[in-house]
Design a protein around this ligand. Structure first.
Ligand SMILES: [Zn+2]
Length: 218
């Protein structure tokens, strides 16, 4: 059994490694929170410039930033900061990463912080990404006086969301249009987005839930 997610907060900071990381798993909850009038900021360590096969980084980075900005708007997020660290090499520069994230946490004070799963694998044969682990580790070291959750397996808490939030999350992920269409050219972007979002939510009767794992509390 998971516990109901805390509600005693007004500002959330979501810290991830790449464009599209906020959309995998979290976006239905973000949609709910912004509809309630809570403020959500995304901080991305990189611009995902190494993430589109066949596209040079100086083209992919700005394109993925634009896709991320549009994705945020679909779930009510207008504040998005890109820290500009090197995509797929975050674990090579842990001090630089820590300093950049610590500064971002100071710039965006929040009672709730959500970051990426730090474990070695999501399940058997499903290894986690080095960039994700590096960001999750840095955030867990830095954020000690707020609610801190990570987006990974074995959730401790759940957020109840609506069909409207699920649709907003699908629209949000689908904004990563070029990225997804290169990743899987055979499946329409909207179908990919729907499948991914459905995979990330749990249905319990009429309830639709997003699970998150508690790391620290205030
Ligand atoms: Zn990622």
């Amino acid at each position: 059994m998971t516990m109901a997610f805390p509600t005693d907060w007004q500002r959330a900071l979501i810290i991830v490694a790449h464009p599209d990381d906020p959309e995998y798993g979290l976006a239905p909850a973000v949609s709910k929170w912004t509809r309630q009038g809570k403020h959500v900021t995304y901080v991305l360590a990189t611009s995902g410039e190494a993430g589109i096969e066949g596209m040079p980084p100086d083209e992919a980075g700005p394109l993925r930033e634009q896709e991320q900005i549009r994705a945020g708007l679909q779930v009510g997020v207008k504040d998005i900061e890109f820290l500009g660290l090197p995509d797929s090499r975050l674990a090579e520069h842990p001090e630089e990463l820590r300093e950049a994230i610590a500064a971002a946490v100071r710039r965006h004070p929040a009672e709730l912080v959500i970051s990426l799963y730090r474990g070695p694998e999501w399940g058997p044969g499903l290894p986690n990404q080095a960039d994700h682990i590096a960001v999750g580790d840095a955030v867990a070291d830095i954020v000690t006086n707020a609610w801190l959750f990570e987006n990974g397996p074995e959730p401790t808490h759940h957020v109840d969301v609506s069909d409207e939030d699920v649709q907003a999350a699908i629209n949000s992920l689908a904004e990563h249009e070029v990225y997804l269409s290169v990743l899987d050219p055979k499946t329409p972007v909207m179908s990919q987005a729907r499948a991914q979002v459905y995979r990330s939510i749990a249905r319990d009767g009429h309830d639709i839930r997003v699970g998150l794992r508690l790391i620290n509390r205030p």
